[in-house]
Design a protein around this ligand. Structure first.
Ligand code: ADP
Ligand code: MG
Length: 460
């Protein structure tokens, strides 16, 4: 019988004490099953849904192995996108904050190669990055993996979907054969199985229940037709009035069209998909997570793996072909013991997809006629916050407390009018209540943060 307390694991007492301070009281199911074999140095394949705590599973496995006195890369995590790499880097940093002198370097596109190469030269223990950029550094010899002990492939299914197979196999050529390899994935399609055969040694496979307990997410299906899909979506909003939601679409064009339609009908929405510039993607994600936007219209690629907490509803504008993707999408609502809501529109031509979902979940789908829903004539969905972009960031050594201090001090805002603060290298974003907006903007006409003249503008 495995206990679900972290202290049952062969981890240093500092790591365990830190977990307690992070309020990680018990292991999640994935952690309880995967950490023992990971810490015993096995190759491990882990398949579990988003939000199940996979990062800490490999993060702890990695940290337990690091020798801070050896200045070389001992662990490397490959992630599909920069956002995911940033999330992983942040989580590992949090887990590592009890261990002095551990250096983690992020290697993602969009940042100067030179600066990253300098950081590597100073000595990095852990590298977290995206395939293309890691490859760049390997080919320039600015990244050397001779001392690598652990290689982690996070969101492996996504990486294959995005066409990174060749990059990954190329990167692996630079790593020692003696390495430990850990592969994490939300789904386990055939392509992953095949890749595992060539890069993992006698792996232990761990699969954690991929469907939510069925009562945690209420799933409702609504039949419509192609011409009325937009209108049907509006009906769903008017009836269910989700405080925040992600609307899933298939294509980028669809995302843009749906977001525009919702905005035209006074439901504030932002589209996110792979065509956006990195900075715009960051902004959209910041605005969604800080409550300046209540509806995100996204493709699977853009939304996957993102750690959006307590999502009121997931809406499928169209059903995905693969029932596993459906389950994955709806898994974003009703996290952490809350009840979630999954609403799906479908047309005649998507009936086969409903059947596939029923078979996959081994239960029938509940359909509700759209015309039984209460339509609200003047329904509007306004976000509770707005976002200011501040033209100072990490590079200017700005910390959240500096911005909070300036806004509640000289600018005269009340603390409760200020929401989430995100600091990026060159910019920072502050969520504030719309009522406080003019006061804040006025302040920044002449205001200073940390003694430096700093400008701000409203993002819209
Ligand atoms: P996944 O990679 O499986 O999608 P994450 O690693 O991003 O999931 O974890 C989801 C959330 O759960 C994160 O906010 C993380 O901080 C939190 N978390 C992870 N492990 C624990 C734990 N043992 N106790 C409490 N919260 C946890
Ligand atoms: Mg993850």
């Amino acid at each position: 019988m495995s206990s679900d307390s972290f202290s049952s694991l062969p981890l240093s007492s500092a790591l365990i004490a830190n977990l307690d301070s992070l309020n990680y009281k018990k292991m999640t199911a994935v952690q309880a099953e995967s950490l023992p074999p990971i810490l015993a140095n096995n190759d491990v394949i882990v398949q579990a849904k988003t939000g199940s705590g996979k990062t800490a599973a490999f993060g702890l496995g990695v940290l337990q192995q690091i020798n801070p006195r050896f200045f070389g890369v001992q662990a490397m995590v490959i992630c599909p996108t920069r956002e995911l790499a940033d999330q992983v880097a942040n989580e590992i940093r949090r887990l590592a904050r009890c261990i002095p002198n551990i250096k983690l370097v992020s290697l993602c596109g969009g940042k100067p190669l030179r600066l990253q190469a300098d950081s590597l030269e100073y000595g990095a223990h852990i590298v977290v990055g995206t395939p293309g950029r890691i490859q760049d550094h390997l080919s320039r010899n600015t990244l050397v993996l001779k001392g690598l002990r652990t290689l982690v492939l996070d969101e492996a299914d996504r990486m294959l979907d995005m066409g990174f197979y060749d990059e990954i196999t190329d990167i692996i050529q630079y790593t020692p054969k003696t390495r430990q390899t850990l592969l994490f994935s939300a789904t386990y399609p055939h392509s992953i199985k095949k890749m595992c055969q060539s890069i993992l040694k006698n792996p232990i496979t761990i699969q954690v229940e991929s469907t939510h307990a069925s009562n945690v997410i209420q799933q409702l299906f609504y039949q419509t037709n192609q011409q009325q899909r937009h209108e049907a979506l509006l009906t769903l909003f008017e009836h269910h009035q989700p405080a925040n939601s992600v609307v899933f679409c298939h294509t980028k064009i669809q995302c843009d069209q749906v977001a525009k339609f919702l905005n035209d009908h006074h439901i504030e929405a932002l589209a996110i998909h792979g065509d956006l510039e990195q900075r715009d993607r960051d902004q959209v994600l910041v605005r969604f997570s800080n409550k300046s936007c209540s509806v995100l219209v996204a493709t699977d690629v853009a939304a996957r793996g993102l750690d959006i907490k307590s999502l009121y509803a997931v809406i499928n504008y169209e059903l995905p072909h693969d029932p596993e993707i459906y389950v994955h999408r709806i898994g974003r609502t009703g996290r952490a013991g809350e009840t979630g809501l999954a609403l799906s529109l479908f047309t005649d031509s998507e009936l086969a997809r409903i059947i596939a979902i029923e078979e996959y979940q081994d239960k029938s789908c509940t359909t509700e006629p759209l015309d039984r829903l209460n339509r609200q004539n003047h329904y509007r969905l306004k976000s509770p916050m707005v976002t200011l972009q501040i033209d100072s960031g990490k590079k200017n050594k700005i910390r959240p407390g500096d911005l909070l201090g300036a806004l509640t001090g000289d600018a005269g805002l009340a603390g409760k009018q200020i929401g989430k603060i995100n600091i990026f290298p060159l910019f920072s974003y502050v969520a504030i209540e719309p009522k406080a907006l003019s006061k804040a903007l006025n302040y920044f006409k002449n205001g200073r943060v940390k003694g430096r003249f700093t400008r701000a503008r409203l993002i819209q």
